[in-house]
Design a protein around this ligand. Sequence first.
Ligand code: HEC
Ligand code: HEC
Length: 263
Amino acid sequence: MIGLAAALAAWPLAAQHEKDGEKPKNPAIGDPKAIAAGQTLFANGCAACHGNEGQGGRGPNLRERVFWHPLEDDTLFAAIKKGVGGGMPGANLPDYQTWQVVAFVRSMTSPAIENPPPGDVKAGEGLFWGKGTCSNCHAIAGKGSAFGPDLANVAAMRPALDIRQSIVDPDADGAPGYRGMTVVMNDGSTLKGVARNRTNYSLQLQDAKGNLHLLPVASIREITTRKGSPMPKDFGTRLSKTEIDNLVAYLGRQSARPSAVKK
Ligand code: HEC
Ligand code: HEC
């Protein structure tokens, strides 16, 4: 939690910037601790209508909405303070907590690298390359396996909540081009993997070890395409919540370009 004193002390600074004609930059934006605090506030005061992860309910889906028309931080702040239309009451929160909620809402909709998710990055890195078995299928910075998508830039592409969802519920998103398939050859042998390339004459299949197999279509007896993601579906139960937080914290910092937010 951001200390109350620290948050209050930051305010005269913000006011100063405004006087200088700059846009006030709130200290909560992009601050992992403030985002975590904002998430708790969101769960208590907003989730009943907008869903725990902003997916919508009585209130609109906040994640998709903001993708098409990103709401400015100031607009969000005002919406939360004053309420929206007839359906949403204003939240009775002090300013610094309102900003924490803004920081969390923003973290749901903008790339993770701009809102570094909370967690133990080192521990997440250890899991990724070790017990978590992630590197059996994923590469970062040229290391690991090329079976699944390369994650070296995942934090620049996707919000932290999406990264989390990819881990605990891989079928929900599904990166295109990664449908798994089982191929039975005419000689009865079976191969599993993802299709990389397919022509009228051949199928290029990549197995879980990253090896490529060029299979002549004439020698294939049967192809079964798996529904959903080839990624294991049980990470949500196999790993603890803290372990998943740590993985998201690690992946949420994988970006080809450094963050514009200096934190
Ligand atoms: C009682 C249900 C309810 C609660 C609680 C609630 N909202 Fe809403 N919210 C709504 C409804 C309904 C709308 C749409 C109102 C309209 O457009 O007239 C809305 C609109 C919004 C919008 C504007 C979305 C857009 O597309 O412009 C934002 C942002 C938002 N809510 C965030 C929050 C946050 C953050 C909280 C918690 C502090 C919260 N809401 C609490 C029901 C709720
Ligand atoms: C058996 C192989 C396999 C393992 C093990 C595996 N993944 Fe995946 N993963 C995939 C494949 C294939 C995809 C692409 C299909 C999809 O989106 O589900 C994927 C997708 C993802 C994505 C979405 C990437 C994007 O660009 O949208 C993330 C994030 C991810 N995996 C993280 C992890 C983490 C973290 C672990 C370890 C806890 C892990 N994966 C373990 C195969 C695997």
